[in-house]
Each structure stands twice: as structure tokens, then as C-alpha cells.
Design a binder for this molecule. Structure first.
Ligand code: SF4
Length: 289
């Protein structure tokens, strides 16, 4: 890892990335794509040391409160967060200034901050988003080797829900010929329903591949699933969007099951829910996006 003094921290849509790069090792990682111009080895994580100072300045300047998001480009609960505490320090500021918060993670380290997540959630809204891709624990250890597996993530979702913190699951990517089965889909969905998740995001049964992440993904396929790369090349060529042949049937089942269990399942509605700032203390709701 290496430190960097960042120039700014909040994007125009109130998202922030406290780190750049990631050590979770997901074999399908889109953040490795060359278009993001990381500029250093992906695992050599850049730590934006001055992020809390920049965030405090940005929050002070805001005319109105809103949801602040993190985790879209790299997981804010990397193992090095245990020592660096950038995420925790930013959470304290978000709590102190009365903003809402949402985070995307795969790590159970998020539970370390449950006190702050609860505090934010009593004043406004705090939503934890967690990615789940496979219900098969052995496959999970191959696909996402350096972070807790699906079973533990489901425990985390359940713990958060019991603590009154709403959760949303990202059901993606679904890798053609590897986890694009009805068994996998229903295993994940049942676990989500039991853990009382508020919404599930699924943009299609497939994955995206582009320069940078494709090469890495194919290397890992060669290592763990001999012959699979050739199948991908034959089926998808150099396409960006690689959909499972079972996409239509699986999507139909996805929507049917979510509807039956009263879980938000259209991306539009889930994002609307995530973006909506709620002022619980004032007793009203205000959409600021
Ligand atoms: S957690 Fe996200 S950023 Fe990190 S390796 Fe996995 S897909 Fe990439």
C-alpha cells in the first residue's frame, strides 16, 4: 500500500472512494479495467490519507444534507482499513453532520462500525449493500479468494437487519457456465429473504469484460477451470456484455421470487430507495437527487 494526498473526495453524485485498488482478489473485477487508469499495481492500494479532512470540508459546505455513498470502485472495508480507519473516521463525520450513508462491501469488517451505522440510521438513513455471487462456498473461495465467503456475508446481512439497518444485495456478476444455475439463484435468493434484505440489484445474468479485467479473468479461468476460457472466447469473442444462455429464464425467476417476497427488484426502484435522503428527526422525507 502507499499513501496519497487527494485533491478532492466527494464526486458530483456524493460518492467517495477512500482507497484506490483492492486486495480482495475477485477474479472478475471490473475495477481492474484499463479505462479507470489506476496507474499502479491493483493490489498496491492507494490510501487517501487526507480523505477525512476533505470530507469534513465538503460536508460543511453542503447547502443541504443527502446520502453519501462509498464502495463503488473499491471495497472500503479492505483488511488495511483495520489499521488505517479511514472509513470509520469518515463515518464519524457523516454521523456528526447528520448526513445519510450507504456502502457497498463484501467484508464482515463492516460490523466493526455497527455503532456508527446505527447512529446514522436513527437520524437519517444508513443502508449496507453487500455483493453475493455464488451460494457454493468452494466456488466462492475461487471467485473471491481474499474476503469472507457468502455464508459469512449472509450472517452479516442478518446481523445488520437485526440491528435495524436496511440492506441491499448486489446479485452480480453471474458467470456463464460457472454459477448461472437456478440452484445458485434460488440459494442466494432464499438466504436474502431470510436475512430480510430490502432490495436486490440484478442487471442481468452475466458479466462484463473489457481490457484489463478480461486478461486477468482469463488467466484465472485457465488456472482454476481448464478449457473454460476457450468456451468464453468462442461464445462471446471480445464482447463487453457476456450473458448466460439462461439469462431469460433466470431473470424471470428472479423477478417472480422477489415479487413474491416483497423485495425491491427493479434497479430503478432500488436506486431510488438508496438515493433518497430521509430526515427521521424532522419526520419528513426529502429526495435530494
Ligand atoms: S471487492 Fe470489488 S474492487 Fe475488490 S477485487 Fe472484488 S470486485 Fe474488485
Amino acid at each position: 500500500m502507499h499513501y496519497k494526498e487527494a485533491k478532492s473526495i466527494l464526486s458530483s453524485k456524493n460518492g467517495m472512494n477512500l482507497y484506490r485498488g483492492c486486495t480482495h482478489g475477485c477474479i472478475y473485477c471490473d475495477s481492474r479495467s484499463t479505462c479507470y487508469q489506476i496507474g499502479h499495481a491493483f493490489e498496491d492500494v492507494e490510501v487517501k490519507r487526507n480523505a477525512p479532512e476533505l470530507l469534513e470540508d465538503a460536508l460543511r459546505r453542503k447547502r443541504s444534507r443527502c446520502m453519501i455513498g462509498t464502495g463503488s470502485m473499491c471495497d472500503p472495508y479492505l483488511p488495511l482499513e483495520e489499521k488505517e480507519q479511514l472509513t470509520r473516521r469518515c463515518l464519524k463525520l457523516i454521523d456528526r453532520y447528520g448526513f445519510g450513508f450507504t456502502v457497498i462491501t463484501k467484508s464482515d469488517l463492516v460490523l466493526r462500525d455497527i455503532d456508527l451505522l446505527q447512529s446514522i440510521n436513527t437520524k437519517t438513513k444508513c443502508v449496507v449493500q453487500m455483493t453475493l455471487t455464488t451460494f457454493d462456498e468452494n466456488l466462492c473461495r475461487i471467485l473471491e479468494p481474499n474476503v469472507c465467503t457468502t455464508a459469512r456475508r449472509i450472517e452479516v446481512l442478518d446481523t445488520l437487519s437485526r440491528a435495524g439497518i436496511p440492506t441491499v444485495v448486489w446479485l452480480c456478476p453471474i458467470l456463464p457456465f460457472l454459477n448461472d444455475t437456478e440452484e445458485n439463484l434460488l440459494g442466494i435468493l432464499d438466504a436474502c429473504f431470510e436475512a430480510r434484505v430490502r432490495g436486490i440489484l440484478c442487471f442481468g445474468m452475466g458479466l462484463t469484460l473489457r481490457e484489463g479485467n478480461r486478461e486477468y479473468f482469463y488467466q484465472k479461468l485457465d488456472r482454476h477451470f481448464p478449457g473454460m476460457k476457450q468456451r468464453y472466447v468462442q461464445m462471446f469473442g471480445s464482447r463487453y456484455s457476456c450473458r448466460s444462455p439462461d439469462h431469460p429464464a433466470l431473470m424471470k425467476r428472479f423477478h417472480t421470487e422477489c415479487k413474491k417476497h416483497g423485495v425491491l427488484h427493479s434497479p430503478h426502484m432500488v436506486f431510488q430507495y438508496l438515493n433518497e435522503f430521509e430526515d427521521r428527526q424532522a419526520g419528513d422525507q426529502l429526495s435530494l437527487f
